[in-house]
Design a protein around this ligand. Structure first.
Ligand code: NAP
Length: 256
């Protein structure tokens, strides 16, 4: 559907690009001609993904914890040394665990806020200061979650992702002067490795309450990210695109 050379000559960085949705986003960018960097905490995961993704194009990787600004700065330096620029940042890395709000420990809440709110901010600010602001050009897409009506069962990530949703709007306004566009994609229930961490019965019957009566695929999540990163979306900034089969509008997110 997209032109095969849509991202030819572009350098893309996908956090958490070694698995699931991030991996699929990285693959789509490679298929459309981009040079892609992926990074996450587990070296083994990143190396395996690089081996597999190399079939589709030029991909590099690094280990990095998005909660550690020094790690992120090192990756920025690597990208600068090797490619001299960065065109597109996809803030995809993240994670959370289900729990009733009254049972979330302070440490657990803090851990999810660190991972899903502070982490994306650190990555965004470092990449903007290293590349996008001096280049006077850049595109950012934040992967958040379907917290349109709150996030019952995962209060910590609802709060964190809402923060990123708001950051998306704020930075869209503040950084328009640097020719930076920033948008978000909010996935509903997507069949990916990310779902493996939930208890087996957690999502039982979920498709009954999704208006489209099915979960989404990783490709269906990656495609809107590709669109928002492309010149086809050149006048779109500060938006959140829900990719959830209508779940934000109707039906339970999941059984409490
Ligand atoms: N699947 C869904 O239904 C769904 C719905 C809404 C939102 N999301 C969000 O979409 C994103 C991708 O999800 P997914 O389903 O593809 O899950 P996934 O396979 O678990 O992907 C998450 C990735 O993020 C990386 N990561 C996590 N914490 C990190 C950290 N502190 N620093 C660096 N990397 C980190 C992980 O790699 P390492 O372990 O190697 O660090 C992993 O590759 C996540 O943010 C997820 O919360 C998913």
């Amino acid at each position: 559907m997209f032109a095969a050379d849509l991202f030819k000559g572009k350098v893309v960085f996908v956090t958490g690009g070694g698995s699931g949705i991030g991996y699929t986003i990285a693959k789509q960018f490679l298929l459309l001609g981009a040079k892609v960097w992926i990074a996450s905490r587990k070296e083994e995961r990143i190396n395996k993904a690089i081996d597999e993704l190399s079939v589709f194009g030029k991909v590099n990787g690094a280990t990095m914890d998005i909660r550690e600004p020094l790690d992120i700065e090192k990756v920025a330096e690597k990208i600068k040394l090797e490619d001299g620029r960065l065109d597109i940042l996809i803030n995809n890395a993240g994670g959370q665990f289900p729990s009733a709000a009254e049972n979330i420990s302070y440490n657990g809440f803090k851990a999810v806020i660190n991972n899903n709110l502070l982490g994306p901010f650190y990555v965004t600010q470092i990449m903007a200061k290293t590349f996008f602001i001096p280049q006077n050009e850049g595109i950012i897409v934040n992967i958040i979650a379907n917290m349109f009506r709150g996030f019952p069962g995962m209060a910590h990530t609802g709060a964190a992702r809402s923060g990123v949703d708001n950051l998306t709007k704020t930075l869209a306004v503040e950084w328009s002067r640097f020719n930076i566009r920033i948008n978000a994609v909010a996935p509903g229930i997507i069949q990916s490795s990310g779902l493996d961490q939930y208890p087996p019965d957690f999502l039982k019957g979920i498709t009954d309450v999704i208006p489209m009566k099915r979960t989404g695929t990783m490709e269906e999540t990656a495609n809107p990210v590709i669109f928002l990163s492309s010149p086809l979306a050149s006048y779109i900034t500060g938006e959140t695109l829900y990719v959830d089969g209508g779940n934000r509008l109707w039906g339970d997110q999941w059984k409490m």
